[in-house]
Design a protein around this ligand. Structure first.
Ligand code: GL2
Length: 806
């Protein structure tokens, strides 16, 4: 410990340039972060050296998003230093928790997809599998959400402002990334070849981040790219006095990595977004070839050294990029290059929503990346020739399968390109993978037998159990001993404890402790609190109509109505605190109206003495990984209520179950697998099944008929429409109400009654404390399957073939 104190004080004095007695909390946090990273350094350098020596095959995970969460706690956990550091700091009069709270989390992702990438790289490091994560170092991550009069207001997320002790910039390893211009043909040795004459270029500067394995001596690398201009400014223009014009190019270039696009699952086809995608993918592929492979490496063997995993369609432009590198830059024959390329990519699809499947207009792609468009055309021509060979001149099929869509405008379907190029295509939960094959890409499934597989998502137990829930972790370790954190199926051994009175008592104490901890956090950040004796009912996830926060609201309004109308006595209702956490994409109108309504309902309910002590609605702003780590361990009930067939997987659902919350959920995404594992008795299932949803759409869905025929629903909607939550103003939620009554694309009204009935069952179950605790323990014991270590094992065995390398 003395060694640690010496190092820490040294960092404070020599790194921050302050004495302990004059240091700010931020100084102390930065000094601590640098001290801790020193402890990881030998492992990191060792990993890099061994990687170079063994030349083992590794994963290059290409992802536009990494929602990392705070780094300090994880680094301490990985090194096993937490206790020493806590004691050492205490000797200096410093509280470790205060320093941990000082860290601004890097929010370089929108939601589940970005968080999944962070879990995956954690697991690979812990499993000693070589991996480089590649992505973008956004200067501004996901916006900071505040509320004004209940409406969402977005603030820039200036996460780098107070210093960024976890990153290592390497300007000397910059890559040049080109854009625009034109292509030309030329002849060489009797063959006609194509080349790209770019119009402009930017530099990509890599920033390295440590990805420590859990107490295993390994540290992998996350490499995020930042854009800067190739020339800082034009000296000639500068000298002439037009300063703004002189730095225009610089501003333009730096815009590329300036800000994360805040659309989750519904991307907009903006030019800057395509620039971002090509920027990081091109830099990453070149980086791998130039810096990870030895100088004399024969690229024919590239598939023996790397698999580029495409995290959704965002990095798919990497496919024509690798072809261009091989054919144009490395002089490979087209067919040989295509054989290599096909083996080097695999594609994960994360959605079923048609609007989320990216397409780029040929016009835009041709302007920004003219050579890539040519390459895509040729890939498509050859692919369609193969289709013709198999199926004859089936023009409808050809049109359906073409990578190039003709309507509504000529465009490139990136998911098709990824499917044609990828050695494997995977969905992220059983149902999702099945629907992907049956509904989204059926022609491709027929054409490529065996290419489509499922790998159900997972979450890292290091962050989402050990760090987020120390009390539960201790209880588990007391029962099972050590080792479960890297072998999560061992949680099964907890099953007998579901009948053990003492264990049950301790388990309840853990929940109560976590509720009090959450309450303190909420008091501090928002001045709100959670009541100890309330059922804590939580819905945290992005705001999207398909996830149906509105259905949750209808439940709350119904309970409120039951009490205020006198239908039930307040004392007869199970007291509940509802917590929402959700950001809406800034341009998504309906999502923002729903946020407004949640806050409006909360204001009225929380202020009404008639329901005091019985119902409470909390909506802490700016839900992020840091808050998730406090909310999830405290929850009793996990809301996973998307319309069946719309949520590809969900990963929050897994985190809640692993922390001992019971799920109320539809037959959707990974909910299905959770229910199969925990058993019907320990899960509240409700709602239409996916085929029933399809049948209802086909027959013609009339939401108002549900409103007409269900009194509870009628009353709940009327309360909103009448202005109960908007000071009597009927206009405020007009759009939202009409949308529900006359469109309701995600069938909240059709599932309302089943949902309310299931919630009434929840109340009954909760009143039986013993039964509830038993179910909660069984949820923990039976969901070890959802460790991201297991997901990674699946990818490794079935897609990547990258064994651990020590
Ligand atoms: C998502 C899915 O919506 C979500 O169900 C899934 O769990 C994650 C990770 O696979 O991917 N797809 C997507 O575009 N976003 C997701 O969170 N943003």
């Amino acid at each position: 410990m003395d060694g640690f104190i010496r190092e820490f004080l040294r960092e404070l004095n020599f790194g921050q340039g302050v004495a302990l007695s004059f240091s700010s909390i931020n100084d102390q946090y930065l000094a601590l972060a640098r001290t801790v990273r020193h402890y990881l350094m030998a492992r990191w350098l060792g990993t890099l050296r061994r990687q170079f020596e063994t030349q083992a095959k590794g994963v290059a995970y290409l992802s536009a998003e990494y929602l990392l969460g705070r780094q300090l706690g994880n680094a301490l956990l990985a090194t096993g230093l937490t206790d020493i550091v806590e004691e050492g700091l205490a000797k200096c009069g410093i509280d470790l928790a205060t320093l941990r709270a000082q860290e601004v989390e890097p929010g370089l992702g929108n939601g589940g997809l970005g968080r999944l990438a962070a879990c995956f790289i954690d697991s690979l490091a812990t499993m000693s599998v070589p991996c480089v994560g590649y992505g973008i170092r956004y200067e501004y991550g996901i916006f900071r959400q505040t509320f004004e009069d209940g409406r969402q207001v977005e603030q820039p997320d200036n996460w780098l402002a107070l210093g960024s002790p976890w990153e290592f910039p390497h300007p000397e390893a910059a890559q040049i990334v080109n854009f625009a211009g034109h292509t030309e043909t030329y002849e060489e040795d009797g063959t006609v070849r194509s080349r790209w004459i770019p119009g402009w270029s930017v530099q990509a500067i890599p920033y390295n981040y440590m990805v420590p394995g859990y107490q295993n001596g390994r540290v992998n690398t996350l490499r995020l790219w930042s854009a800067v201009a190739t020339n800082a400014f034009d000296l000639r223009i500068f000298n002439s006095g037009d300063y703004a014009e002189a730095v225009r190019a610089q501003t333009f270039a730096e815009n590329i990595s300036k800000v994360l696009y805040p659309e989750d699952s519904t991307p907009q086809g903006k030019e800057l977004r395509l620039q971002q995608q090509y920027f990081f993918v091109s830099a990453s592929i070149h980086d791998f070839i130039d810096n990870v492979l030895p100088a004399d490496f024969d690229l024919t063997h590239l598939p023996d050294r790397v698999i580029f995993q495409l995290n959704d369609t965002h990095p798919v432009i990497g496919v024509p990029e690798l072809m261009r590198v091989l054919v144009d830059e490395k002089d490979f024959d087209w067919d040989d290059a295509w054989e290599i390329t096909k083996k080097c990519f695999a594609y994960t699809c994360h959605t079923l929503l048609p609007e989320a499947l990216e397409v780029w207009s040929v016009d835009l792609l041709g302007r920004l990346l003219p050579r890539h468009l040519e390459i895509i055309y040729r890939i498509n021509d050859e692919f369609l020739d193969e289709v013709r060979e198999r199926f004859g001149d089936d023009e409808l099929r050809i049109r359906r399968m073409s990578i190039i869509a003709e309507h509504p405008e000529r465009s490139v379907r990136m998911a098709y390109l990824a499917t044609v190029a990828g050695s494997k295509v995977n969905g992220v939960a059983e149902l999702h993978s099945q629907l992907l094959r049956d509904k989204v890409l059926p022609d491709f499934d027929e054409f490529y037998p065996g290419k489509f597989i499922n790998v159900t998502n997972g979450v890292t137990p290091r962050r989402f159990i050990r760090l987020a829930n120390p009390a539960l972790s201790e209880l588990i370790t007391d029962a099972l001993g050590v080792g479960w954190l890297t072998d999560l199926e061992r949680l099964r051994e907890l099953e007998p404890y579901a009948e053990d009175e003492e264990f049950k008592e301790r388990f309840r104490a853990v929940k109560a402790h976590n509720k009090r901890r959450l309450s303190r956090v909420l008091v501090d950040r928002d001045g709100t609190s959670v009541d100890d004796d309330h059922l804590l009912d939580v819905m945290v996830k992005r705001l999207h109509e398909y996830k149906r926060q509105t259905l949750k609201l209808l439940h709350i309004v119904t309970l409120y109505d039951r009490i205020t109308s006198g239908e039930v006595k307040p004392a007869d209702i199970v007291p509940r605190t509802f917590i929402f956490g959700a950001k809406a994409a800034p341009g998504y109108r309906m999502a923002k109206e729903i946020i407004h309504l949640i806050n409006a309902v909360g204001s009225v309910v929380n202020a009404d003495p008639a329901v005091e002590g019985r119902l409470k609605v909390l909506f802490p702003p700016n839900y992020n990984v840091t808050l998730a780590e406090k909310v999830i361990p405290a929850a009793d009930l996990s809301e996973q209520i998307s319309l069946a067939g719309k949520e590809a997987s969900g990963t929050g659902n897994m985190k809640f179950a692993l922390n001992g919350a019971l799920t109320i959920g539809t037959d959707d995404g990974a909910n299905i697998e959770i229910r199969e594992l925990v058993g019907d008795d320990n899960f509240f299932l409700f709602g239409l099944l996916e085929p029933e949803v399809e049948a209802l759409y086909a027959k013609g869905y009339v939401p108002s008929s549900f409103y007409e025929s269900d009194e509870g629903l009628h009353r709940a909607i009327d309360m909103i429409a009448r202005g109960t939550f908007s000071g009597g103003d009927r206009g405020v939620f007009d759009g939202l109400v009409s949308n529900l009554l006359y469109d309701d694309r995600f069938m909240a009204l059709a599932d309302y009654r089943a949902y309310i009935d299931a919630q009434d069952e929840v109340d009954k179950a909760y009143l039986d404390e013993d039964r509830w605790t038993r179910s909660a323990i069984l949820n923990v014991a039976r969901t070890g399957f959802f460790s991201s270590d297991r997901s990674m094992r699946n990818y490794i065995d079935r897609i990547w073939h990258t064994p651990p390398s020590f």
